[in-house]
Design a protein around this ligand. Structure first.
Ligand SMILES: [Zn+2]
Ligand SMILES: [Zn+2]
Length: 395
């Protein structure tokens, strides 16, 4: 076994304790004050040079090696969600209405574990590790805030690594995917203006409710009829607001929804279909449609060379059968903004354990995961970083 992996296993008690402490004290995006202070104190205790307040509540820790070499960035997100926890566990959230329901508590514990593991080898390390603890992944904005605040400057990283504990995969499985692994996301709104009036005299109105219904139905054709079936994308209408009186045709209707895509051409295609269908269908029914789109996140795209290296590390740790080849998800992540600037790899690490009831989906009030995944995550990131920083056995 890779010595770092056995060292990670020996740290299980400490890593689990960190995770449970973070879990008991969740903080939402850009309010991670206690969280950041715990992380900064632990990193300083390990001898790292620490910068706080990066991108508001972010923390950057630098572990300097003994000789010159590459800079490896390891990114962990810190924020919780505005969800009331329904788990009855000793380490449940102590903050009503706030919960680590995505696993970011585990990501931070893993990050501190990796810092502990690599700090023990500082004397023979070349290069350095830059630990980036990022605020506000859930509302998005934390990654950009840290980048704007210099998280990627002096020293600028040569490679970026990170992972998400993932209940879409069982414990023991891992996805190290080349190219896009998580989708880009946009939200949209479609304002449909008609002409209201008496519901008993519909011929005197231009009905935005009927137009909205047809727009919703026609939008279902964008993915099913326009997109290459071998490509993946989502176009979901998730909201429809209109009308308050049963006997009146309202003046307008408003649709909202989300689009998820992995590549720029697919994104362009769906945005074009959204506009064309909304304006064309509403126009044909006598109404006017105006489409508003906001980009929430760009896709998370793994660098082929870095992904190949991390994949090999995972295969050496757990065997080829542990790898979920080609796995992707249409969830979004602002790790994308780091990987746009630094070649890197974002791993989805199996964390669900159905037998123990630890398989609720992310963002569910009963979300929890198999804490064995914490040790897997620390071992994987430490071993992957070590391929850049430490002399490799047999190399
Ligand atoms: Zn989440
Ligand atoms: Zn998350």
């Amino acid at each position: 076994m890779n010595p770092l992996a056995s060292q990670a296993a020996a740290l299980a008690g400490q890593i689990t304790a960190w995770r449970r402490d973070f879990h008991q004290h969740p903080e939402v995006g850009f309010q991670e004050v206690r969280t950041a202070s715990v992380i900064a104190a632990e990193l300083r205790a390990l001898g790292l040079e620490v910068r706080t307040g990066v991108g508001q509540t972010g923390v950057v820790g630098l572990l300097e090696g003994a000789t010159e070499g590459p800079t490896v960035l390891i990114r962990c997100d810190m924020d919780a969600l505005s969800i009331l926890e329904e788990n009855n566990v000793p380490y449940a959230s102590t903050v009503p209405g706030c919960m680590h329901a995505c696993g970011h508590d585990g990501h931070m514990a893993i990050g501190l574990g990796v810092a502990t593991l690599l700090a023990a080898h500082q004397g023979r390390m070349r290069g350095r590790v830059k630990f980036v603890f990022q605020p506000a992944e859930e509302p998005m904005g934390g990654a950009q805030a840290m980048i704007e605040d210099g998280a990627l400057d002096a020293p600028s990283p040569d490679v970026a690594l990170g992972l998400h504990l993932w209940n879409g995969l069982p414990i023991g499985r891992v996805a190290v995917t080349t190219g896009p692994v998580m989708a880009g996301a946009e939200t949209f709104a479609i304002q449909i203006d008609g002409h209201g009036g008496h519901a008993g005299l519909p011929h005197e109105t231009r009905d935005p409710v009927v137009a909205a219904a047809h727009v919703v139905a026609a939008l279902q054709s964008a993915v099913s009829r326009n997109l290459d079936p071998l490509e993946a994308a989502v176009l979901s209408v998730t909201g429809l607001q209109t009308g308050t009186a049963a006997n009146a045709v309202p003046m307008s209707a408003r649709l909202s929804g989300t689009i998820r895509t992995f590549t720029p051409p697919t994104r362009a295609l769906l945005l074009d279909r959204l506009e064309t269908i909304a304006t064309g269908v509403a126009g044909a029914l006598g109404c006017a449609a105006r489409v508003e789109v906001a980009q929430e996140a760009r896709p998370v795209v793994n660098d082929p060379a870095v992904a190949a290296r991390v994949r090999q590390v995972a295969a050496d740790l757990w065997g080829e059968t542990a790898l979920a080849e080609g796995y992707r998800t249409t969830a979004a992540e602002d790790m994308a903004y780091f990987l746009e600037r630094v070649p890197g790899c974002y791993v989805l690490l199996g964390a669900a354990n159905a037998e123990r009831g630890l398989d609720f989906p992310h963002h569910h009030p009963r979300f929890d995961f198999d804490e064995t995944a914490l040790i897997h995550g620390a071992a994987l990131l430490a071993c992957a970083a070590a391929t850049y920083l430490l002399p490799q056995e047999g190399a």
